[in-house]
Design a protein around this ligand. Structure first.
Ligand SMILES: *Cc1c(COP(=O)(O)O)cnc(C)c1O
Length: 456
């Protein structure tokens, strides 16, 4: 039986009752968000005009390492958690490697990705604080889908600003969100003053960007009663919620007397990776263990491998607080030929800090055709059709397992399979028809965008 994928499914009582706040245990903390007006670190009062109060507190909490998960959130987590940890016996056999490969599968819910972990938490806090309406942005659509589900669970209205390119290229995603009652608007739009300004500047046929959509969603939230903005990645609060991925992985591995030598994750804004590594990073900081961490990104949006570590805006309209992070510049828009997701110009301040401090050992950029090679191979062997984003991690897990074949080392590899790719069929079909190309931005292109990073 050893050549079929083997699932370690924890039972309901193993769902963690507390999230783990890695920033509290970091010897040097991730630098705080900066308020544009005061030039001081943001306070809960500054943030609670934009975010829910409890989430604002979580955002700046550098004291409490463990934060209780309310029962109302646990109840919804039970619909899809604990998520499976899979021992990829079949893949190991195919690769003829002495390495052991484990993956934590977060695509096991209707929204198809890990994003539901934070969506449920954010919608829950909104409801409990009497917020009636949320706004957000979505790129490829996974976050919008997860949040629409969560808002319909809790009875909160939702407006989603969807990156214009995806709105027209991924109409099915839009429809799923509409099924869950979200109002989905292509961004830039005519509904906000920032949207109108961007349309004027970029033209009616712009494909838009996540940075643009964030500006519009924030403007909508701060100009309407009882409305708050929520974000699906990057922020400390989102990494906190995603720590459930790492906590469950660690628990399941412990039951089998396992501990990873290498931990691999894809990074867009860094939330799933930050959540996956959190409890293992605690061990590394405390020097009880020394796992090797690899963050994987696309060569077409090379935030960690080629970006600058600087204070930058999280959005194009420059209305969000400043975050110290690895960034390609707030105006960076990845090539339209890039189909693999992970398109955000910035990176979680926590992940950025850990990378700068070399606690995250390595960032690796991979080309999208090699990512889809890995995705297709994985589908055929493991029977799960992965999201293109997740496939960045698969690609590097396979590379590391192949290194072990050469060296004979029996390393234990853990990666996060963040989601499924059923809405990415046009990218898969481009790949299968050999129409997919690899785009790598030139230095001059990046420089142009770096020039727009605000000077300290
Ligand atoms: C959004 C998304 C990502 C990237 O976001 P992170 O915040 O970096 O985790 C990765 N995989 C899937 C399936 C996603 O939906």
């Amino acid at each position: 039986m050893k050549n079929i994928p083997y699932r370690i499914i924890l039972s309901e009582q193993h769902i963690p009752r507390q999230w783990y706040n890695l920033n509290a245990d970091m010897k040097s903390k991730a630098p705080p968000l900066i308020n544009l007006d005061t030039k001081e670190p943001v306070t809960v009062d500054d943030l609670s005009h934009i975010f829910c109060k409890e989430l604002s507190k979580q955002e700046i909490d550098t004291e409490n390492a463990y934060i209780d998960i309310p029962d109302g959130i646990i109840d919804w987590y039970k619909t899809c958690r604990p998520s499976p940890l899979v021992r990829a016996y079949a893949l190991e056999k195919e690769l003829d490697t002495p390495a052991k490969i484990y993956y934590k599968f977060e695509g096991n819910n209707t929204s198809g990705s890990h994003k539901l972990n934070s969506a449920i938490a954010q919608a829950y806090y909104a409801k409990s604080e009497g917020i009636t309406h949320l706004t957000t942005e979505t790129g490829a659509g996974q976050w919008g889908t997860a949040l629409s589900m969560a808002c319909s669970f809790f009875g909160v209205e939702l407006t989603v600003y969807m990156v214009r390119g995806s709105f027209f290229q991924k109409p099915q995603r839009k429809t799923v969100m509409q099924v869950f009652k979200a109002d989905v608007i292509p961004s830039p739009s005519n509904l906000t003053s920032s949207g109108r300004a961007m349309l004027e500047k970029l033209g009616e046929d712009t494909s838009g960007s996540l940075g643009c959509a964030i500006t519009e969603a924030v403007e909508h939230a701060v100009t309407h009663e009882n409305t708050r903005y929520v974000l699906g990645s990057v922020l400390n609060q989102v990494l906190l919620h995603q720590s459930i991925i790492g906590l469950e992985s660690k628990k399941a591995m412990e039951l089998y007397d396992e501990y990873p030598d290498i931990v691999i994750g894809c990074v867009g804004g860094g939330s799933s990776f930050g959540g996956l590594i959190a409890p293992f990073m605690k061990d590394k900081i405390e020097k009880t263990r020394n796992p090797y961490f690899i963050a994987v990104e696309p060569t077409s949006c090379p935030t960690l491998t080629r970006g600058k570590y600087a204070y930058d805006f999280c959005d194009v309209g420059r209305i969000t607080p400043l975050a110290k992070m690895y960034t390609l510049g707030n105006g960076f828009i990845p090539s339209a030929d890039h189909a693999g997701g992970l398109r955000y110009h910035g990176m979680s301040p926590i992940v950025s800090k850990l990378y700068d401090d070399k606690l995250i050992d390595e960032a690796r950029a991979v080309e999208q055709t090699s990512v889809f090679d890995a995705a297709v191979k994985f589908s055929r062997i493991e029977g799960i059709l992965p999201a293109p984003e997740s496939s960045h991690a698969i690609k590097v897990a396979i590379d590391e397992a192949e290194k072990c074949r050469k060296t004979g080392e029996k390393k234990t590899i853990l990666f996060c399979l963040t989601g499924t790719g059923y809405f990415d069929m046009s990218a898969y079909s481009n790949y299968l028809e050999s129409k997919m190309i690899n785009y790598v931005p030139k230095n001059e292109e990046l420089q142009e965008s770096f020039d727009k990073i605000p000077k300290a």
